[in-house]
Design a protein around this ligand. Structure first.
Ligand code: PXG
Length: 289
C-alpha cells in the first residue's frame, strides 16, 4: 500500500504525521471518502469541489490547486494498482503548537490513503436490510458546526454510532435540533411512500451527500417522483420502503426503525431497483486512471 503525504509516497508502516498536527490535536481539518470502480473514480470532481468548500468554510488553505489534487489522487491510485478502491482524502491544518490558534500552523497537510476494501456494513445486510434506531444525540446545529463541512471532527456522528451499537442496532438515525430526521452517521436517508421518493433537504442537519445526489439524478432520469422534504420519525415508520446512501455504504435497505417494521419487512422493490441502477452508474461513470 502506497500512501501519499504532501507529495511523497510512503509504505503503510512509514506513513506518519506529527503529534503536533492540529488534525490530531483538534480535529482541525477536512476529508472526503471517494470510491473508484473499474479504474474510474466516481464523482471525483464533485468530491474535490466539496473538499475545497469544506476547507474554504473553515479558512483552511489547501496547498494544491484542484487540478493538482486530482492528479495526486489519480497517481496514488495508479501507484496502488487497484481497479476498485476506496480513497480517503484528508487535509489537516498542519503542524502548530499546543494552542488551538490555527495561525500558528505553517501549512496544511494533504494525505491520500487508498484501500482495497471498505465495508461499512456486512455484505448480508445488503440483502436482509438494516435494523436502525433513532438516537438521543442530535446532529450538529448548522449555526455551530455546519454538517455540510466534512470536518475531521466526527465525534457528533461517533456518539450516535455508539448509541446505535448500545441499542443493538446497525445504524443510527440522527434528528436535527427541531426533531426532524436529518441523516445517519455516515449516510443519507430516503423513504418511499406511494411510489414517491423523499429525502430531507440539505438545510439544518443534513449533509448534501454525493450518493444522495446520484440517487436523485437517477430518479429524475427514470421519471420517479423525488422530493427533498422534511421528514418526521412517524413518516419513516409508515413508509413503504426506506434505504440509506453514502460513498462507503453505497445504497443499503432498511427494514426496521425503532422497532417498527418498514413495509413488508424486507428490501422494497424501488430500493432494489435503485440499488441496481446505482451499480450500473458506478460501473460506467467516472474519471479514468
Ligand atoms: N452523511 C454523513 C454524515 C456522511 O459522513 C454521507 C452522509 C454520505 O455522503 P456521500 O457524499 O458519501 O454520499 C456521509 C459520508 C466512514 C465514511 O468512514 C463516511 C462517509 C463517507 C465515507 C466514509 O464512515 N460519510
Amino acid at each position: 500500500m502506497k500512501i501519499y503525504i504532501n507529495g511523497k509516497f510512503y509504505d503503510k508502516d512509514n506513513a506518519k504525521v506529527s503529534v503536533f498536527d492540529h488534525g490530531l490535536l483538534y480535529g482541525d481539518g477536512v476529508f472526503e471518502g471517494i470510491r473508484s470502480y473499474n479504474c474510474r473514480v466516481f464523482k471525483l470532481n464533485e468530491h474535490i469541489d466539496r473538499l475545497f468548500e469544506s476547507a474554504h468554510s473553515i479558512m483552511l488553505k489547501i496547498p494544491l490547486t484542484k487540478e493538482q489534487l486530482i492528479k495526486a489522487v489519480l497517481s496514488t491510485l495508479k501507484a496502488n494498482k487497484l481497479d476498485n478502491a476506496y480513497i480517503r482524502l484528508v487535509v489537516t491544518r498542519g503542524i502548530g503548537d499546543l494552542g488551538l490558534d490555527p495561525r500558528k500552523c505553517d501549512q496544511g497537510s494533504v494525505i491520500i490513503i487508498i484501500a482495497d476494501k471498505m465495508a461499512l456494513y456486512p455484505e448480508k445486510l445488503y440483502r436482509q436490510g438494516l435494523v436502525i434506531v433513532t438516537v438521543p444525540t442530535v446532529r450538529n446545529l448548522p449555526e455551530a458546526l455546519n454538517p455540510q463541512i466534512k470536518s475531521l471532527n466526527y465525534l457528533n456522528n461517533i456518539l450516535a454510532k455508539i448509541e446505535a451499537a448500545n441499542a443493538g442496532c446497525d445504524e443510527a438515525i440522527m434528528l436535527d435540533s427541531l426533531g426532524y430526521v436529518a441523516e445517519c452517521t455516515g449516510d443519507n436517508i430516503f423513504v418511499v411512500k406511494n411510489g414517491h421518493l423523499y429525502t430531507p433537504p440539505q438545510c439544518m442537519g443534513t449533509l448534501r451527500g454525493i450518493t444522495r445526489d446520484s440517487i436523485l439524478e437517477i430518479a429524475r432520469k427514470n421519471k420517479i417522483s423525488a422530493h427533498e422534504h422534511v421528514i418526521t420519525r412517524h413518516e419513516v415508520y409508515i413508509s413503504d420502503e426506506c434505504f440509506l446512501t453514502g460513498t462507503a455504504a453505497e445504497v443499503i435497505p432498511v427494514v426496521k426503525v425503532d422497532g417498527r417494521v418498514i413495509g413488508q419487512g424486507k428490501p422494497g422493490k424501488l430500493t432494489l431497483s435503485l440499488m441496481k441502477k446505482f451499480k450500473e452508474l458506478t460501473a460506467k461513470d467516472g474519471v479514468k486512471y
